[in-house]
Design a protein around this ligand. Structure first.
Ligand code: BGC
Length: 589
């Protein structure tokens, strides 16, 4: 790692602890200095456990667990090993600075893991390529002492370490706001469907996110071009300029545990498949040098962790599936794994989902969610440095701002927060105030102070003829709030294909304090769920919240669902919804 002492600028605000280096990207490596360190050990000793998993096509992930069986190490360490074949190459690694010369590999400690107490372990890893067979190396040394698993003889070593910075033609360090000064990728597959709709060309050039909602979406399906196809197209659209592409990481085991419409392909215990068949291949593709100039925003696992706070026993809103996912820990493990693997790619920006104000805005949900996210950010080898920020309102309908009432208003001397049924003691009445407050709560929970927020404004416009034009009457708290609110939903807990909804603010960079961007993550026109049972092979169920005749459950105050009729499976094109969204767009089209 660089330090100001050798003339290199300080690390970026959101610490980047990533080394992207190796034979394939060696031309981008900048030599920035030579540091000499002296490490004295009474009885050094180490043990190394090396494992690799191949994912076909010549790619693999190497995992290296270093155990210090000798005296405590402080002030840094260097691990060396030699691959049996020169075709084995480290392309990008994490938790160490990785270099390779011929078959010889060197991994140097980072600022945060340079000390290893006696008996302590450090996990480092890398993505690599090979041809032929991928035989594991057998001999390792730590600080020039061969790792035998036993403490060695008394020795003093002086090592001279050559320090390099991560090589990446995009700069190797993240910018504060990946949307600032950047074009954002227009998904041609969504764009074509939008343009084919009457009036759709008014918005078909807007950037929307690419959803990797199943393993098959990585390679591509009949309706999507696959991850490489999108990234190649993003490079083309960039035309040499700065380009941000938005990917939704959405395939946890036991997905969508409180609902049925977006249940996924992986069962509650299939965390191994999630890691090796879903996250690992995505991370390997994102790490390709061809994509190093892109800013890759990853929206990490919507509707997952908050469910473990609100929809578990003993809450009245509990579901059996959320109890299972809380008990087996696989949401936390999976999110941590995704953050660690994706965050190891130096041009990836991880944003974790934080639901929306109508879900987590109550005191008993708000701080516990931030704490759980912090736990996940430090799970599975991840650290908080892998988290660039959070996203609110993904695929939901909460207004960015309610213009005609504020949470602090009173009617007849009583705060509307306590009296109005619509608010029902929530601390927030809209997404902007919620996102800004959550940002502070996340910092309190331990996240970096540089984190930024996103708000999905794809369907929260609430324009059209039913939009109020001023505050409601002050005859009662309910009359005041219900008469003035632009969010026309029957209940805040309604989430499926909402009638009356409109397109919200068009994607915008840095629109408000603490907000990195307004984004369109849920592609307008894609269904939230089928309004009746439709057999499918994606694992998707029939959730009655998508049935306009349903009278509700505990999670929507036993209200009507407010859903549009005749909706197809979640993710499929729903022309009537697209037309509804355009009709009620705010600002109008
Ligand atoms: C679906 C996904 C789809 C996404 C975007 C989700 O509700 O489950 O399959 O990709 O919406 O439309």
């Amino acid at each position: 790692m660089s330090s100001p002492a050798n003339g290199h600028p300080s690390p970026p605000r959101r610490g980047v602890r990533i080394a992207a280096i190796g034979a394939t990207v060696a031309t981008f490596v900048a030599m920035i200095g030579v540091a000499t360190s002296t490490q004295a050990s009474a009885a050094p000793g180490c043990k190394v456990d090396y494992s690799s998993s191949n994912w076909g096509g010549g790619g693999f992930t190497g995992s290296v667990k270093i155990t210090n069986v000798g005296d405590a190490i402080s002030g840094g360490w260097t691990l060396k090993f030699t691959f049996p074949s020169t075709t084995q190459k480290v392309s990008q690694g994490w938790n160490a600075t990785w270099t390779q010369s011929g078959a010889a590999v060197t991994a140097t400690s980072m600022s945060y893991n340079g000390s290893i107490g006696t008996g302590a372990t450090v996990d480092i890893g890398f993505n690599g390529t090979y041809s032929g067979t991928n035989t594991a190396p057998t001999s390792f040394s730590l600080n020039n002492v061969t790792c035998t698993g036993q403490p060695g003889t008394t020795t003093t070593t002086t090592t001279t370490t050559t320090t390099t910075t991560p090589g990446n033609p995009g700069g190797g360090s993240r910018v504060d706001n990946p949307y600032a000064g950047s074009k954002v990728y227009v998904n041609p597959d969504w764009s074509a469907k939008a343009a084919a709709e009457t009036g759709g060309s008014r918005i078909s050039n807007q950037p929307t996110a690419v959803w990797l909602d199943r393993i098959a979406a990585i390679a591509g399906t009949s309706s999507s071009r696959g991850l490489v196809g999108h990234l190649d197209e993003a490079v083309r659209q960039a035309a040499g300029g700065t380009m941000t592409i938005q990917l939704v990481i959405y395939n946890l085991p036991g997905r969508d545990c409180s609902a049925l419409a977006s249940n996924g392909e992986l069962g509650p215990t299939e965390i191994g498949r999630y890691e090796s068949e879903y996250i690992d291949p995505i991370a390997a593709i994102l790490a390709r040098p061809a994509y190093a100039n892109l800013r890759i925003v990853t929206i990490v696992e919507i509707d997952s962790l908050p469910n473990l706070v609100t929809n578990v026993t003993p809450r009245p809103t509990a579901t059996a599936n959320c109890d299972v996912m809380k008990a087996n820990g696989n949401y936390v493990t999976g999110v941590g794994y995704a953050l660690a693997k994706l965050g190891a790619v130096s041009n990836v920006y991880n944003y974790i989902d934080i639901g929306h104000h109508g879900w987590l805005g109550w005191d008993d949900n708000f701080a516990p969610t931030a704490a759980l996210l912090y736990q996940a950010a430090n799970a599975s080898g991840s650290t908080k440095a892998n988290v660039h920020g959070f996203i609110a309102n993904t695929a939901n309908y909460g207004a960015t701002t309610e213009p005609y009432f504020k949470i602090g208003d009173s009617v007849g001397g009583t705060p509307i927060r306590e009296k109005a049924k619509w608010i029902d003691w929530n601390r927030y009445v809209d997404e902007l105030s919620y996102a800004q407050a959550f940002r502070q709560q996340a910092i309190t929970a331990g996240f970096d102070s540089g984190i930024g927020m996103l708000i999905d404004t794809s369907r929260n416009g609430w324009g059209g003829s039913a939009r109020p034009t001023g505050p409601g009457p002050t005859t009662s708290a309910d009359a005041y709030v219900d008469g003035g609110r632009i969010d026309r939903r029957i209940h805040l807990g309604n989430w499926c294909n909402q009638k009356g909804a409109g397109l919200g603010a068009r994607p915008t960079a840095a629109p408000a304090s603490g907000i990195d961007a307004y984004v369109w993550v849920k592609p307008p026109g894609e269904s939230d769920g089928a309004s009746k049972e439709i057999p499918n092979n994606e694992g998707k169920g029939f959730d009655r919240m998508c049935d306009p005749t349903y009278t509700g459950n505990a999670r929507n105050g036993n209200s009507m669902s407010g859903a549009l009729p005749d909706a197809p499976l979640s993710g499929q094109w729903f022309s009537a919804q697209f037309q509804e969204l355009m009709k009620n767009a705010y600002p109008a089209l």
